[in-house]
Design a protein around this ligand. Sequence first.
Ligand code: IPD
Length: 314
Amino acid sequence: MADWGKCLDFGVSIARQARTVVLDAFEAQKVVSLKTSPADLVTETDQGVENLLISAIKEKYPTHKFIGEESVAAGASPVLTDSPTWIIDPIDGTTNFVHRFPFVAISIAFAVNKQTEFGIVYSCMEDKLYRAQRGKGAFCNDIPLRTSGLEDITKALVVTEIGTERDDLSLSTLTSNIYRLLKIPIHGIRAVGTAAVDMCLVASAGADAYYHVGMHCWDIAASALIVSEAGGVVHDISGGKFDLMSRRVIAASSRTVARGIAQVVEAFPCERDDGLPDADQAIGALTQRDGHWVSNDFLKLPCDKPCGIVIESV
Ligand code: IPD
């Protein structure tokens, strides 16, 4: 098995350089442009930091590929192949950055054969550098991370995001999901404004779960590995297998908490990052139960009688 440790060290060194650019620009007046919605913002610093990261990596690793948030916004294709690929969000939490709300992160993941080998999330204002390498644990500023391990959803602090969609279906799904979770009841819901940091909070036991529909692969590729290396679980919003390109995720302290969330939240239709059909349209909402993939409706039933369709044994 190849050891990508040197690549990880290089990623950490360029994340540190990029942080200085973010810090220098944080208090300054910004030129803000819109992308997919009136709430989907981008600044010159997002583009500048992405260019800085990509040119540094290209110089060191000329054959490696990239999926970068701002390159995709500029027309690049976000297709993940088996080639070594850097998945980059130069500023996760751009709305926070624009408003000087002090939670913004640089997120860098590295995948080979479509498997994430390492992830780096630099929460710039907090000066917290999260990193994980596959099979080698997760750390924040070199201190090992462990999720809370919480099993009882009624004691959970859950993080989610409001996202950038402003259409009726997305907004009503979002608010009814929050309503249903609070009615379980759970201890509380928080939104920090950066998916990468949200998931690192789960990894470091500051929160017990995070779920969201609508973020992109570059927002969560690094932090998904950080959560699993910290002992957490990462699933699709239906409770099924996590798919990086699907724009749906639950990250949790335990399978039980992930399942509790999957039972009450619903997804609105969302175009995948790779352009393939939406998971719900393609295969129905699936989840894993007793070693099988079953339809999510099964988990939503109050009784224990198996009435979901078994899709595939695992
Ligand atoms: C956004 C953040 C936010 C999430 C949005 C993302 P960006 O990323 O991760 O938490 O709710 O869906 O687009 O645009 O700031 O990199």
